[in-house]
Design a protein around this ligand. Structure first.
Ligand code: GKR
Ligand code: MG
Length: 454
């Protein structure tokens, strides 16, 4: 029914309590009209904490343990459609998701914004899992890809960066003796992977070369903050010498460096094709000082990670690039809001990554296909996940030429493999790990390790 000019004028005259007297059945009385589509009612939420094998990657906090933890959710609806989601691991998030279950039962999956604030207050990581599962369910219900629900895709191919870590060999004897290991990994052919130990510039060039050969990456990010700064600088130089000017480099010491160190090293990084300098120091003021003194583009997933950090960031100017992450920026909804703010703040966007499985991988691809402002290659830990262990059905999502395609199917475009999920849950129950703890692991190999600032 279309509005005639007359009924429109009457409606305006009738105001908020308006009633279209001669609108031939089109009425407004404050209640939803009878033609509103039925909701996609949420009937249940299953939460499965999982543990997936992780190689011994080194960083500012120590060494990755034998497993990383995630929570997988399955959101059931009255239409029989099940949406899936993945979020960060740890007992706290699992418990928050159990509470969230009671808060969302009976709600409309399409109307996830109506319960966003309540869930976000409970636990942001829990909200993002529920939001993702709602979006997946809505996509499946409408036959639309997740990014289409947000007005995308704005791109069909999403670029990712090679996320390079110093590391120990997967079959390091002291790490294999870790009592938390409950799978059959071992030495040689039974090792989780064959990258070997990488703790020198030359070994890192080999790792980077391997990433380029296997997945075609163009952009390289070095996880710093593990070796003394000049050794990490030497690694950056070795990578530049190997790849030349066509491959942008990034380095991320995760705030391990003193301001004077970051300025000194930063001035030398200026000779390299450095795309950005990520969190060399902690805090917006120190970041702003390094930015001023070096003139380098700076990025962060440490000093601007919440909307509350933005007013100070606008005043202090610590960064040029913000790493979005739907797990802590408040889901897709939060990242869409961040992108608009980034426009006016003059920031570019990339994506941050912690360890994750294929459900989050699909979500990150869709996020970059939703947000035009994500113009820089995103981080992802996905290459480090041994292929047999992803919890999605079929093969891992492919990375070709450093790019990943927006999955073709409705919703996220990926499904869970129930057997792999059950195995990952069993490992979670057996290994005893309840939160990330890189310190315990590094001390198995380096008992005197500490994280003093350099
Ligand atoms: O997984 O070791 C790691 C990373 O260092 C991760 O914890 C960081 O959050 O990747 C992250 C970063 O960019 O800072
Ligand atoms: Mg970082």
């Amino acid at each position: 029914m279309t509005y005639s000019r007359r009924s429109w004028l009457r409606a305006v005259a009738a105001g908020a309590a308006g009633l279209f007297a001669d609108s031939g059945g089109l009425r407004w009385s404050g209640a939803a009209p009878a033609s509103v589509p039925a909701p996609l009612a949420i009937t249940d939420l299953t939460v499965t904490p999982i543990a997936l094998p992780d190689p011994p990657l080194l960083n500012v906090g120590g060494c990755h343990g034998p497993y990383f933890l995630r929570n997988i959710v399955q959101l059931k609806t009255d239409a029989g459609i099940v949406g899936i989601g993945e979020t960060t691991g740890s007992e706290g998030v699992t418990a928050a998701l159990a509470k969230a279950r009671d808060m969302i039962r009976g709600k409309n999956a399409f109307a996830f914004r109506s319960f966003r604030a309540e869930l976000d207050k409970l636990n942001t990581a829990a909200y993002t899992a529920v939001e993702l599962a709602c979006l997946d369910a809505c996509g499946r219900a409408t036959g639309r890809r997740l990014s289409e629900l947000w007005g995308g895709p704005v791109r069909e191919q999403v670029e990712f960066a090679a996320y390079l870590f110093y590391r120990y060999a997967a079959d390091h004897p002291k790490l294999l003796a870790d009592l938390r290991i409950v799978d059959d990994r071992g030495r040689g052919d039974r090792a989780l992977d064959d990258w070997g130990e990488v703790r020198t510039p030359e070994a890192m060039v080999r790792e980077a070369e391997g990433f380029q050969k296997r997945w075609g990456f163009r952009v390289f990010k070095l996880k710093g903050g593990y070796l003394p700064p000049d050794e990490e600088l030497a690694t950056m130089r070795a990578m530049h010498a190997h790849f030349g000017d066509k491959c942008p480099l990034r380095i991320d010491p995760n705030g391990r460096w003193k301001t004077e160190t970051a300025i000194r090293v930063g001035k030398q990084l200026k000779d390299l094709p450095l795309e950005y300098y990520e969190d060399p120091v902690t805090g917006q003021e120190a970041m702003a000082e390094v930015r001023r003194e070096t003139g380098l583009a700076m990025s962060t997933n440490m000093c601007v990670t919440r909307f509350e950090h933005i007013p100070d960031a606008l005043r202090l100017n610590p960064v040029d690039v913000v790493l979005a992450d739907h797990h802590y920026w408040g889901g897709f909804a939060g990242c869409v809001e961040l992108a608009r703010i980034a426009d006016v703040a003059g920031w570019k966007l990339s994506q941050h990554s912690n360890n994750h499985a294929g459900v989050t991988m699909a979500a990150m691809i869709h996020l970059a296909a939703t947000i035009p402002q994500i113009t820089l290659a995103s981080d992802t830990h996905y290459p480090w996940l041994p292929p047999a262990y992803d919890v999605i059905a079929g093969e891992k999502l492919p990375i070709r030429n450093g790019q990943m395609e927006v999955p073709a199917g409705p919703g996220l475009g990926v499904a869970l493999d129930p057997d792999k999920l059950a195995r990952a849950h069993e490992v979670y129950n057996k290994c005893g790990m309840k939160k990330r703890d890189d310190v315990t692991t590094i001390k198995l190999v380096e008992p005197d390790w500490n994280r003093d600032l350099w």
